[in-house]
Design a protein around this ligand. Structure first.
Ligand code: F6R
Length: 246
């Protein structure tokens, strides 16, 4: 098993700064780098810090390319709970980055297989993902790769589990509004990234983070596959780290 680098910070804002340092270092070394982006509550302090640095002129996204992990099936990019909208509100509208430099699944696509092929192809044409940012679900999902019987490799459609829908209903007006399916990068696409940056904050993530990083590698905990990736950095707060042993 390969050991990730673990950076423990005191609180989410500090996690955001530590993660932003890692991205800034990458962008300064490779201005046209390809960054895999995650949504959800966890990376918000990171995006806030990136925006602050971009507005200060410390960071330039002019040549950066980004590719998002996932999107709800059935939501348009304009829907307030779509991940496309999330990325716009939390990052893209504040920074200068050509729109053709970021890709995200179209939640309304009626030809998802063609979209998945185009997505994988675009990543390949860009030379692969240099750094993939990940959050972790309470059930160990990464992207929307839910616990299951096999590690699915490429971009695909998933049925969201009841747990994930319940966890995400806080963003919607009730569970009925939470989509039942999503489009996601596969575990293979994620594992092909040259480096992974896994973010976790809060006590509610402590148990699953410990399981993912030091439990058995099993599709029941999709994030446990990261133990096989040679270049993983975990940036978490003390609360999320609290159940790690050793
Ligand atoms: C979102 C994503 C998900 C989240 C996970 C944790 O793009 O890929 O895997 O990272 O559900 O979400 P939060 O951060 O809201 O706890």
């Amino acid at each position: 098993m390969l050991r990730p680098r673990i950076m423990i910070t005191s609180f989410p804002e500090q996690m955001g700064r530590a993660a932003a340092d890692i991205l800034q270092d990458l962008i300064s070394r490779k201005p046209s780098c390809v960054i895999g982006l995650a949504t959800g509550s966890t990376p918000i302090p990171l995006y806030r810090e990136l925006v602050r640095r971009a507005l200060n002129g410390e960071l330039c996204f002019g040549q950066v390319r980004t590719v998002n992990l996932d999107e709800y099936k059935g939501l348009s990019a304009a829907h307030p709970q779509s991940f496309a909208h999330f990325m716009d509100v939390n990052l893209f509208r504040h920074i200068t980055m050509p729109p053709e430099n970021h890709i995200i699944f179209d939640g309304l696509s009626d030809e998802p297989d063609a979209m998945f092929c185009a997505y994988e192809q675009q990543i390949e044409e860009w030379g692969g993902i240099d750094l993939q940012i990940l959050g972790i679900g309470h059930d160990g999902h990464i992207g929307f790769n839910e616990p299951g019987s096999c590690f699915e490799k490429h971009c695909h459609e998933v049925c969201l589990t009841e747990n994930t829908r319940l966890a995400n209903q806080r963003f919607f007006n009730g569970l009925a509004e939470v989509p039942k399916a999503a489009f996601t990068m596969g575990i293979g696409t994620i594992m092909a990234a040259r480096a992974i940056l896994l973010l976790a904050t809060g006590e509610d993530k402590a148990e699953i983070l410990a399981k993912a990083l030091s439990g058995p590698i099993t599709p029941i905990v999709p994030a446990s596959i990261l133990q096989l990736h040679p270049n993983v950095t975990v940036v978490c707060d003390i609360a999320a780290y609290s159940k790690m042993k050793g």
